[in-house]
Design a protein around this ligand. Sequence first.
Ligand code: PAF
Length: 284
Amino acid sequence: MQIFESIKSIQAFLSVKKQQGCSIGFVPTMGALHQGHLTLIERAKTDNDVVVCSIYVNPTQFNNTFDLEKYPRNVDRDKILLENAECDVLFYPSDEIMYPEGKDDSMKLDFGALDKVLEGEFRPGHFSGVGLILSKFFHIVSADSVYFGQKDLQQCSIVQKLIDTLFFDIQLVVVPTVREKSGLAMSSRNARLSNEGKEVAANLYETLMKVREMLQNGEDLNKAKQTGINSIKKYKEIQLEYLEVVDRKSFTQATGNTSKKEIAICVAAFIEGVRLIDNVLVFS
Ligand code: PAF
């Protein structure tokens, strides 16, 4: 695997590959890699000639400095995992490379209604930071396709809007969430949970599946949602931030009869001080 830390060096390498007619698949990450990331790499390898993974903990998407400081980092282990997954290129830039003028959050991206709800509401500025760093990466890597996990479903809609609005010539591929045996969605943040915390966290997925089943059986939307909220509130170890039933693309609240609509059930909660998110689609 080739490892590049500067923009010039990765661009020189990739421009040769492009001249040779290679397609490029891009997997942006913040490191602390797990099977979810490796599944994205695997899919990118199936679809492309060259796979680029980036590892960069982007400061402008953290609205909470504690969360940024505590974000798990283990780049030596990540490099081994990427080697084993036969990833072709790792882009591992420093803060100085990505933000040469310092943590520049003076440039804001506004995604309209999409970033005012759920993750956007509870993490103000988060999606602006995600949009900013991905715009930089898309210019640097100029890949054919970019791969994201469904776990970050709202981020996927944000990325699609970024691509459409700024005319990035890149295709978004969304890959299903990879889960532990318990159902817990894989996340770099799980590394901060104790074993008991992980066990409790599995109840988030169980609850999502319960609400999903109720909606599939034609149960009233508010009743299904409230059942989900109540079942999470039974656990004193879980501090629920939201559980919402939304349109899977616009993230507006689902209303009325949900049958045949593209609906997602989304949840965010703290367990042992760690913020976790998850979602399931109702009719797929
Ligand atoms: O999903 C993530 O890991 C991050 O938000 C991303 C897309 C790598 C941008 O920093």
